[in-house]
Design a protein around this ligand. Sequence first.
Ligand code: ZN
Length: 209
Amino acid sequence: MARARNIKTGFFKNEDLAECSPWARLLFIGLWQLADREGRLEDRPKRIKAELFAFDSIDAEPLLAELERFGFVLRYQVKDMRLIQVVNFAKHQNPHHREPASEFPPPASMPERTANRRQRFARGARQPRAGRGPAASPSAWNALRTKVFERDGHRCVYCGSAEDLECDHVHPRARGGTDALENLATACKPCNTSKGAKTLAEWKGVRHA
Ligand SMILES: [Zn+2]
C-alpha cells in the first residue's frame, strides 16, 4: 500500500541526486511511498515498475541500480527475500504513528549517507591512503567485479550495452576514488575508455560539449 511521504526542499539541491537521471530521481520519490515505516520494501523491479511507472515503457532495474550506485538505496538479500532499504529514510520521513511495523528484516549493517559524495571525496583526497593505497588483490577484485556486474544486471550503466564489460571507478582511483561498491559501476569498454580518469561530471561535460 502506497503512503504519502515528504519531499524536502533539499531533494532538489542534492548534488549527488543531480548526477542521477531524472527517471532515477522520480523512482526514488516513488520508493518512499512503497516503503514501510522503516524505509524497506521488496526488491521486485517489475512490480515497482507497475506501481510507479504504469504508463511508461521504462525498466526499473537499471534505475534501482543507479540509485544504489549513488548510495541512496541498499539492495540486500535475507534468505530468499530480496529487499531494498532506503538509506536515511528515518532521517527524512515521519511515518504516521499508526503505520504498521516493518515486516522485513533490516540489512546486516545500516548504511548511512552523512554528506554528499563530493564532500566525502574531498575529505578522502586529504587522507594519505586514498587512491594511492594498494588496489584490491586480484581475487578480491574479481569477486568485487562479479558483484558489481550482478548488481548492475550485466549492462553498462552508462549506455546499456551488454558487451565487453569492465568495472569502472565512478570517481577515478587516480583522483582518490576507492574500491567501495558504491564507487564501482559496470561499464562497457568504449564508455570506460572514453571516461578514463575523468569524473562523471567532467565526462558528461565532454560528451555534451
Ligand atoms: Zn557503455
